[in-house]
Design a protein around this ligand. Structure first.
Ligand SMILES: NC(=O)c1ccc[n+]([C@@H]2O[C@H](COP(=O)([O-])OP(=O)(O)OC[C@H]3O[C@@H](n4cnc5c(N)ncnc54)[C@H](O)[C@@H]3O)[C@@H](O)[C@H]2O)c1
Length: 282
C-alpha cells in the first residue's frame, strides 16, 4: 500500500519522536493529543531536533522548512485520522485507554488504514480484538530517543495480515529504521531481555554480590553494554520497570518475579532521575 499520511496519537516522549521520524521520511504527519499543552511541547521538541540537525549540517535549511510544513496538530481523534494511511498510537500505557482509543480510530480512519500501537508490553491481539477488522492492527515498537535509535520491533498479533506487516515494515524503512519481526508475546524481544537483566542486577545488589557502581561497570566494560543496568533503570524510572516486571511475571511466570529490593526502592519514592533519586542520587 502507498503511504502518504501518518497520524501519531499522543505527543509525549515517544509520540513527538515518532512524528519527527515521519516528517523526516517525507510523510504528511498529523500529531494528536488530548492536551494542547502536550501538543505545543511536542512541537517545540520536534523543532529543537530539526534545528539541531541544521546546526550539525545534517539537514539543509530548505529541507527543515519543508519538514516543518508537513506537520499538522490535532486535538480531535476523528480529525487526526481522517486522511491517515497508517495510525501509530503512542498514548499512555493503559489497556483500557488504548482499547477505547482504537475503537474511536477505527470508526473515523479510512478503511485501508493500518493501525499500529507503540506499546512497550501490552497485548496487540487484545487491542485488535476490539476492531471490526483485526487484520489491520499490528505493533510498531520504537525506542527512546526515536531520532537516535535505529530499531523498530514490528509486532504480528494473532490476526495481523501479511499486508499490514508489509506496510509497517515499509514505513519503518522509509523512516530510516531497521526492523525485526516479532510474534506477539509479552515484552517482545527487547523489553523482556531488558527487564530480566535489570531484575537480576537488583537480585545481585540485594545479595551483596557487588556494589551498584561495580555491577554497572562490569556490564559496560565486560559485556560492552552502553549503559549499566542501574544507570538505565534510573533513566527509565523504577516504577515503570516494576510495572513491566509485574506484567511479565503475571504472563510469563516465576522467572520475572520482581526483586524485593526494587519494590522497596519504589515504596521509598526512589523512582529514578525524574525525581532526583533512584539507585543513585542526582
Ligand atoms: N518512554 C519510552 O521509553 C517508551 C519506549 C517505547 C514504547 N513506549 C510506549 O509508548 C507509549 C507512550 O509512552 P510515552 O513515554 O511517550 O508516554 P508520555 O506520558 O510521555 O506521553 C503520552 C501522551 O499521551 C497523551 N494522552 C493521554 N491520553 C491520551 C489519549 N486518550 N489519546 C491520545 N493521547 C493521550 C498524554 O497527554 C501524553 O502527551 C506507551 O505505550 C509506552 O509504553 C515508551
Amino acid at each position: 500500500m502507498d503511504v502518504n499520511t501518518v497520524a501519531v496519537l499522543g505527543a509525549g516522549t515517544m509520540g513527538h519522536g515518532i512524528a519527527h521520524a515521519a516528517m523526516t521520511a517525507g510523510f504528511a504527519t498529523v500529531l494528536y493529543d488530548v492536551s494542547q499543552a502536550q501538543l505545543d511541547k511536542g512541537k517545540s521538541a520536534i523543532d529543537a531536533v530539526i534545528q539541531k540537525g541544521v546546526e550539525l549540517g545534517k539537514v539543509s535549511a530548505v529541507d527543515a522548512t519543508a519538514m516543518r510544513g508537513r506537520l499538522r496538530l490535532a486535538t480531535v481523534v476523528a480529525d487526526a485520522v481522517r486522511d491517515a494511511d497508517i495510525v501509530i498510537e503512542a498514548a499512555p500505557e493503559k489497556i483500557d485507554l488504548k482499547l477505547s482509543l482504537f475503537r474511536e480510530v477505527e470508526a473515523a480512519a479510512p478503511a485501508h488504514a493500518v493501525l499500529a500501537s507503540n506499546t512497550s508490553a501490552l497485548s496487540i491481539t487484545e487491542m485488535a480484538a476490539v476492531l471490526a477488522s483485526p487484520g489491520r492492527m499490528g505493533g510498531m515498537h520504537f525506542f527512546n530517543p526515536v531520532h537516535r535509535m535505529k530499531l523498530i520491533e514490528v509486532v504480528r498479533a494473532l490476526d495481523t495480515s501479511p499486508e499490514t506487516v508489509a506496510t509497517m515494515e515499509a514505513v519503518s524503512k522509509r523512516m530510516g529504521k531497521e526492523t525485526v519481526l516479532v510474534k506477539e508475546s509479552p515484552g517482545f524481544v527487547t523489553s523482556r531481555i531488558n527487564a530480566m537483566i535489570g531484575n537480576e542486577a537488583f537480585y545481585m545488589l540485594q545479595d551483596g554480590v557487588a556494589s551498584a557502581r561495580d555491577i554497572d561497570k562490569a556490564l559496560k566494560l565486560g559485556l560492552n553494554h552502553p549503559m549499566g543496568p542501574f544507570e538505565l533503570v534510573d533513566l527509565v524510572g523504577l516504577d515503570t520497570r516494576l510495572s513491566i516486571l509485574q506484567y511479565l511475571h503475571r504472563t510469563l511466570g516465576e522467572k520475572f518475579r520482581p526483586c524485593p529490593l526494587l519494590e522497596q526502592h519504589v515504596r521509598d519514592g526512589r523512582l529514578g532521575r525524574k525525581v532526583g533519586k533512584g539507585v543513585y542520587d542526582y
